[in-house]
Design a protein around this ligand. Structure first.
Ligand code: NAP
Length: 231
């Protein structure tokens, strides 16, 4: 597939490495420009591009930047792209550590519903609950005992099927986690978050999730602090 990746950090860099090694044609962008991605491009064979180029003429786009920076993406980024372009959102809202207050999420939107409202495009929520290093190293062949499973939420079944297949290619079981309004079940502070369960474990964890956002995961008047000193 032709895959655009916006964000070249922990997750974007990992997915660039893993997806190029599977033979996908990856175009990767960050905020500072393609010249700053020459090393990653040389290492992986991906093409370093600008953000608009990362969404142009792709089969699938992965948006993997800190939640607050979604607001910095160019307005109308997806205008003119085909309706069947699949967009994956890997994001998580860290109000007290990194992102500061995002009113729509604090008011009850799921994180991915808020993201898709900003992008003006439906998204599939995936890869948000696994550590980048585990995504890099812990893929296993289909059927391997203890193969890690990843929840995938989205309102478009056809797009979700494509993402579930891609996750299998990467060495993980995909678990259909419902639509975007249900995707709170895989957000930070839920049982499935950062836990590396197998498929049965993921299903159980999703069913045990509690919808209410705890105080620890809400912004305060002083947010954001930092990962070392959340505020
Ligand atoms: N780290 C993990 O293990 C992990 C796991 C699952 C999900 N997540 C979530 O996935 C998202 C990405 O996390 P990460 O850890 O990969 O982040 P990260 O390491 O901090 O990397 C962020 C990347 O986003 C780019 N970026 C920021 N603003 C941008 C903009 N306006 N346009 C284009 N690129 C922009 C940065 O580019 P520059 O460096 O040029 O600014 C950088 O390449 C976050 O929401 C995070 O919570 C992270």
């Amino acid at each position: 597939m032709k895959i655009g990746i916006i964000g070249a950090g922990n997750i974007g860099g990992t997915l660039t490495r893993r997806l190029t090694s599977l033979g996908h044609k990856v175009s990767v962008a960050n905020s500072r420009g393609p010249e700053t991605l020459a090393g990653l491009a040389a290492e992986t064979g991906a093409t370093a591009v600008s953000v608009p180029e990362a969404v142009k003429d792709q089969d699938l786009v992965i948006v993997t930047i800190p939640e607050k920076h979604i607001l910095d993406l160019p307005a109308g980024l997806f205008a003119g792209t085909p309706e069947n372009l699949i967009v994956i959102d890997t994001g998580n809202y860290y109000p007290r550590q990194r992102d500061g207050r995002i009113d729509g999420i604090e008011a009850g939107l799921t994180e991915s519903r808020w993201v898709e409202q900003q992008l003006g495009r439906p998204v599939i929520k995936a890869f948000n609950n696994i550590y980048a290093k585990h995504l890099m190293d812990l893929g296993r062949p289909a059927g391997a005992a203890g193969r890690i499973a990843l929840p995938v939420a989205g309102d478009n079944s056809a797009a979700k099927m494509v993402v579930l297949r891609l996750i299998d290619e990467l060495g993980f079981d995909g678990v259909d986690a419902g639509g975007i309004d249900e995707s709170w079940r895989q957000q930070p502070d839920t049982p499935v978050y950062a836990t590396d369960f197998d498929a049965d474990g993921v299903r159980r964890a999703l069913s045990e999730a509690k919808k209410e956002r705890s105080a620890e995961w809400r912004a305060t008047a002083n947010s954001p602090g930092s990962f070392e000193a959340p505020a």
